[in-house]
Design a protein around this ligand. Sequence first.
Ligand code: SF4
Length: 372
Amino acid sequence: MSERSPLDRCPGLLRPFVADDGALVRLRMPGGRVAVSVLREVVEIAAAHGAPVVQVTSRGNLQLRALPNPLPLAVIEAVEATGLLPSASHERVRNILAAPLARDLDPLVASFDAALRAEPRLAQLPGRFLFAISDASASVLSERWDVAYQQTSERSGTLYAGRLGREVAPAHAVRAMVDVALRFVETAPDGAWNVCDLPSDSPVFEGLEPSTAVAAAPLVPGVVGTDLVAGVPLGMLTLQHVEALAEAADEVVITPWRSLVVPSGAARVESLRSAGLVTEPEGPWARISACVGAPSCRRTTVPTLDLARSAAETVASRRLTATQDVHVVGCERRCGTGASDRVLVAPPTVDDVVAALTTTVPTATAATRGEQ
Ligand code: SF4
């Protein structure tokens, strides 16, 4: 594969995307685990230089937006000081999901991240290329990954690339995932961004047999054992949220579903709810998400976030029951669409969004294009 085309616009710290509201920076969080103190630093950097919130994206990454363009050196240095940029060359390819409740996977995630960064050729992976690592729970296998590894016991697991796979022992999982990614970099034709873009006889699939990963449903807000899955309303993490999280835990796990797993957070439900996080699966805030829309994005005039907020407040005030996961977008690019979301493209009114949240009338879904 030739050097990655400039059309690969997935942003990073060192290569921001310039939106209508300013520069946008995305920080990768392999496996999602992050110290709350680091989250606080990131929110403070955002507030000091741009929008006073940090977006939690549909790939479990963090985004700062409305930053000055060009990006001041002070922002780059402040983010580097948090430790979230261990590799300048590979920052945009460290897209690694991991089952958020499976802490046993931490060493595997860390080993794979290190192996990814240690291989210079993998800096050429597209920013859209996604890895997923799960355990027997099959969590995160619901997402649109390119290469996945599911460890099913101490000595067994399966490597997947698209709808193909083969048995791989955990001790060899890192090497196996790196090898598939290398074959993609070396053989994928121009214009292929993901495994699903490859022809069936691609060398990427060598040695793999038809094998479809069985995926678990995304985690929803609520208590899981002693932990808490806390939803982040519209994916916008605030300083108030982070301050409440700091009272509850030293570290949290960012999920690809605009939520955070708070270890032992079941004992802190009230304070986290009071801070504005979503702590129950029922209710509109657990069901609705939106792309950033107008005025931040030049592709639409639809204020998607305002529509979503108004719809959630309307559902709550009318005591309606939210029955559907709805993602509001401003255009057909459908940024941030989750794998199981119903998508509303440029809904004209708040009532349209309310209706989609509270009825079972089918609404179009489509493949995720951009990450938000
Ligand atoms: S879906 Fe369209 S309007 Fe929304 S952020 Fe993406 S490009 Fe912009």
